[in-house]
Design a protein around this ligand. Structure first.
Ligand SMILES: [Zn+2]
Length: 460
């Protein structure tokens, strides 16, 4: 069997053009699993040729229609013809780009026009840019390139440096869009908003003055269950507060909407949340971080010696006490928890000073318990009755933000990726990554187009 793929183009004037895209088949009568249907290579080849025919036919049609003067209908004079290359997901297409002079009637435009520039303002299609940026935000650039090349007839058009540049350029545009004043009407006012905000660290390039720098990640949700992720590198962000406020606005934050700000108590993330909120705020130390601190004490206490019955009893009593401390903090009984910590520290300190086999462990437990005491005292104003809050469905934990931080930072920008970042690069990368994780990247990319500087776009 033999086959032929033909593209039939019917022009606006009704003329039909047939072009062969591909021929295939085998002379042998037997069919094998290997020769059944299209191979990846053949499929890529067909897509590339089809794309070439389509783009060339479309640009020719567009140029033909633009050549006629809108006023008198005569043809504008041809000034010259250049060639232009357009990179798409289905390969690079070279097209003819004629320039037409002003019409002789002199009534319509006095300018020379390049019709191809109108439909091809950049060297690539928007979809090519969008896909490169998305893949570049999801995977290390090299792997993104390899993956794109594997499945698309893109040739060598997807170079590592191209993916990097496009991703960061798109990130910069997304940020410009984020700081612009929202033109859309705000959605219906939310009854409440929860803002979980946390810091994370990214390893910096060697030329930067410190080994790593902090970025902020926030997860914001409203009572409708709608959730949006935000992140930025504070020093690089353009009007960071305004950007976060824009996210809150999109979730229906009105001047009377209460905002619960969950954090680990650190000043930076907390004050960003505070500054971005227009409604009344309520700060809460998130249970996730507090319980991690308690867990740390419990973990160290597990190392209590257990060689004698007395030691085992002592160890069990200590574990029990730590659970009581946890219970009191969970119920917001701050003073009782601190009292219990104080009561536990006294015998531990005594044991640590005695010349006994448990002295070292007692000292270690006392150390971490004292750390917990300092933390709880420092954050006392942010500690709430978590048990009641959980029953009444109020936000108590940033554990979900923690996993978002994991996804945003560590999967793509963590130490195991062997990659170092400049603060600017990390910031712009995060703009694209958060847009992707929010599921709004295609729309965001289209909206941010107005900030793009395209090489062939004519001045209006
Ligand atoms: Zn004319």
């Amino acid at each position: 069997m033999k086959w032929r793929v033909v593209v039939e183009v019917v022009r606006a004037d009704g003329t039909v053009q047939l072009q062969e895209v591909s021929v295939g088949g085998h002379t042998a009568t037997d069919c094998s699993p290997e020769t059944l249907g299209l191979t990846l290579a053949a499929g890529k080849e067909i897509l590339a040729r089809l794309q070439r025919h389509l783009v060339q036919a479309q640009t020719e049609e567009h140029c033909r229609s633009r050549r006629n003067c809108q006023r008198c209908g005569n043809q504008r004079p041809l000034k010259d013809t250049r060639r232009r290359r357009l990179t798409s997901l289905f390969g690079v297409v070279e097209v003819r780009a004629p320039r037409f002079g002003p019409c002789r009637c002199g009534v319509a435009s006095h300018r020379t026009i390049t019709p191809v520039a109108e439909i091809m303002p950049d060297r690539c299609t928007p979809e090519y840019e969008r896909t490169l940026a998305k893949m570049g935000a999801l995977l290390p650039y090299r792997r993104a390139c390899a993956l794109i090349e594997e499945f698309l007839p893109i040739g060598d058009a997807a170079a590592v440096e191209t993916v990097r540049q496009r991703t960061l350029r798109v990130g910069a545009r997304l940020e410009r869009e984020a700081v612009s004043v929202p033109t859309s009407a705000p959605p219906k006012a939310a009854r409440s908003i929860a803002l979980s905000i946390d810091g994370g660290h990214v390893r910096s390039v060697r030329s930067y003055q410190v080994r790593s720098f902090e970025i902020f990640v926030a997860q914001i949700s409203n009572d409708d269950g709608k959730q949006v992720v935000f992140s930025s590198m504070p020093a690089e962000a353009d009007r960071q507060v305004q950007q976060l406020r824009g996210v809150l606005h999109g979730l229906g934050a009105a001047p009377h909407t209460p905002v619960t700000i969950l954090s680990d108590g650190a000043e930076g993330p907390r004050s960003l949340g505070e500054a971005a909120s227009i409604g009344p705020t309520h700060h809460v130390l998130d249970w996730f971080h507090l319980s991690m601190r308690i867990q740390h004490v419990a973990q160290v206490a597990k190392g209590w010696p257990a060689t004698t019955a007395g030691e085992r009893e002592e160890g069990a009593r200590l574990a029990d006490t730590i659970e009581h401390i946890r219970w009191r903090l969970w119920h917001g009984q701050l003073q009782q928890a601190l009292d219990l910590i104080g009561d536990t520290l006294v015998p531990l300190d005594t044991m640590a000073e005695a010349a006994s086999p448990i002295a070292a462990t007692a000292g270690k437990v006392a150390g971490v318990l004292r750390g917990l005491e300092t933390y709880v005292t420092g954050q006392s104003e942010l500690i709430i009755d978590y048990a009641t809050a959980r029953r009444t469905d109020e936000p108590i934990s940033t554990a979900t933000t923690e996993s978002t931080v994991q996804w945003l930072l560590h999967r793509r920008m963590g130490a195991q990726q062997q990659m170092r970042w400049s603060p600017r690069g990390a910031h712009l990368m995060l703009k694209v990554r958060t847009s992707v994780v929010n599921g709004t990247f295609n729309v965001d990319h289209a909206h941010a187009e107005r900030w793009a500087r395209r090489p062939f776009r004519q001045a209006a």
